[in-house]
Design a protein around this ligand. Structure first.
Ligand code: FMN
Length: 208
């Protein structure tokens, strides 16, 4: 009986081993994308519907660290970043924007943040001509690293237009003298998975 049990166990191991040999681990060529970096870039989408709750500060630290590791002209890092993730602070900030933009409906001003529970504001240094590029690269690093961690994001230009009319809200962000807000990034856990928007490949041309 003991011998029978042992041979059954041996048989099981043997069949498991041969099974593994027949199904080799997936290789990179089996993936839809060449590698994980490309997959991350190609699957990121703007998210405009979020689950409740801000992104954990620990996760944000990692994301923002990726942001400031973006390239910048002469490594000037001509950006400043402010994060608002406390619902009460966000509400206070939005009410300043609403008060400063009476020509726009309050819902439109509030809605421009697309319901993102964590808001990142990026300011540039207009005295440096490549500062908008620095800020754009920082922002893309933020959005792509966020996505790699399962955090959705949306790049938001319209809050900056409302912000331009609100010295009180600008003051609340507390950027250094000379820095001007250039873009806002909304972040949070996605509650939707939108399809990719079309891209125009004709924008790319090789010169022979
Ligand atoms: C500079 C800039 C400003 C944008 N402003 C807004 C905005 O105010 N509101 C919004 O919902 N999306 C905004 N977007 C997101 C774009 O609409 C989005 O990136 C584009 O439609 C492509 O879709 P995808 O990000 O899902 O690939 C902005 C994107 C960029 C780069």
């Amino acid at each position: 009986m003991k011998l029978l049990k042992m041979s059954v166990v041996c048989l099981c191991f043997a069949s498991l081993f041969s099974c593994n040999q027949q199904q080799p681990a997936p290789t990179q060529t089996d993936m839809k994308y060449k590698n994980e970096v490309i997959e991350n870039m190609m699957t990121r989408r703007s998210i405009r519907n979020y689950k409740e709750g801000a992104v954990a500060r620990e996760t944000m630290d990692e994301i923002l660290n990726c942001g400031i590791n973006a390239p910048s002209g002469m490594n000037r890092q001509s950006w400043e970043v402010r994060v608002i993730d406390n619902p009460e602070t966000i509400a206070r900030f939005k009410s300043l924007l609403v008060a400063s933009n009476p020509e726009t409906k309050a819902e439109a001003v509030e809605g421009c943040f697309r319901g993102a529970p964590t808001l990142v504001f990026v300011a540039n240094d207009p005295s440096y001509d490549f500062s908008p590029i620095d800020c754009g690269l920082l922002s893309e690093n933020i959005m792509l690293s966020a996505w790699s961690l399962g955090v959705g994001s949306v790049c938001l230009g319209s809050p900056i237009r409302y912000l331009a009319k609100s010295p009180e809200a600008i003051q609340m962000l507390g950027f250094s003298e000379g820095y001007v807000p250039i873009i806002c990034i909304g972040l949070g856990y996605p509650n939707e998975s939108p399809d990719a928007k079309p891209r125009d490949k004709a924008k790319i041309k090789y010169l022979d």
